[in-house]
Design a protein around this ligand. Structure first.
Ligand SMILES: [Mn+2]
Length: 205
């Protein structure tokens, strides 16, 4: 059953146990969008937030802030299953089918909580209650930024969130060679301004 954006906003006003999952063999967009959303939700300060990947991912993707907080399902299966079973709000990112989550998929399908899909792949098959789905979007990271704007218009993202979301967009577009439109570039321009602004505020950063 679909629920409204208003219902999602209401739910986020109270403390939630939030789990963010992404596809197996995660790429730059999978990790960047997941950790970007993690940073946004974490800075709301009232939620518990966890990121789970079905499988490990390469060292070159492990530079993003809060990477050490990511739970890898194949490394710690009982903890990941507990997180999913106890979740009150579940985000599925950059992933259109339970089969792309390996063994984690059946636990996501079985979880009894609000589920939100944020994705740019064709034909999502995973049952969810709210979707931010646009196949013309450059990346899931760009759609995460759109979702953040829906939840908190004009919200100022932290440098950590910006770095993760920028990574998602840059990797999925081959550094802006394809799937890039005016909106993508406007989003990236905003990210660049945030980083410059933060650096002015914190000269010793
Ligand atoms: Mn993607």
């Amino acid at each position: 059953m679909n629920i409204s954006l208003t219902a999602i906003k209401e739910q986020l006003k109270t403390s939630q146990r939030i789990v963010i999952v992404t596809h197996t063999n995660p790429d730059g967009d999978a990790i960047g969008s997941s950790l970007g959303l993690y940073h946004f939700l974490y800075t709301l300060r009232i939620h518990q937030v966890a990121v789970i990947t079905p499988t490990p991912y390469p060292v070159y993707l492990q530079f993003m802030p809060a990477n050490e907080k990511v739970n890898i399902y194949t490394h710690n299966t009982p903890r990941c299953q507990k997180l999913v079973a106890e979740a009150t709000l579940l985000f599925v990112l950059d992933c259109n089918a339970a089969s792309r989550l390996d063994d984690l998929g059946k636990h996501i399908v079985a979880a009894d909580c609000t589920k939100i899909l944020i994705d740019h792949h064709l034909s999502p098959e995973l049952p969810t209650n709210f979707q931010v789905w646009d196949t013309s979007a450059s990346s899931t990271a760009e759609l995460v930024y759109d979702f953040i704007q829906m939840i908190r218009p004009q919200s100022r993202l932290t440098e950590a969130a910006v770095l993760c979301l920028y990574t998602g967009i840059a990797t999925d577009t081959g550094r802006f060679k394809y799937a890039t439109n005016a909106k993508t570039l406007q989003t990236v321009a905003y990210f660049r301004r945030r980083i410059r602004h933060n650096n002015r505020q914190q000269p010793n950063f």
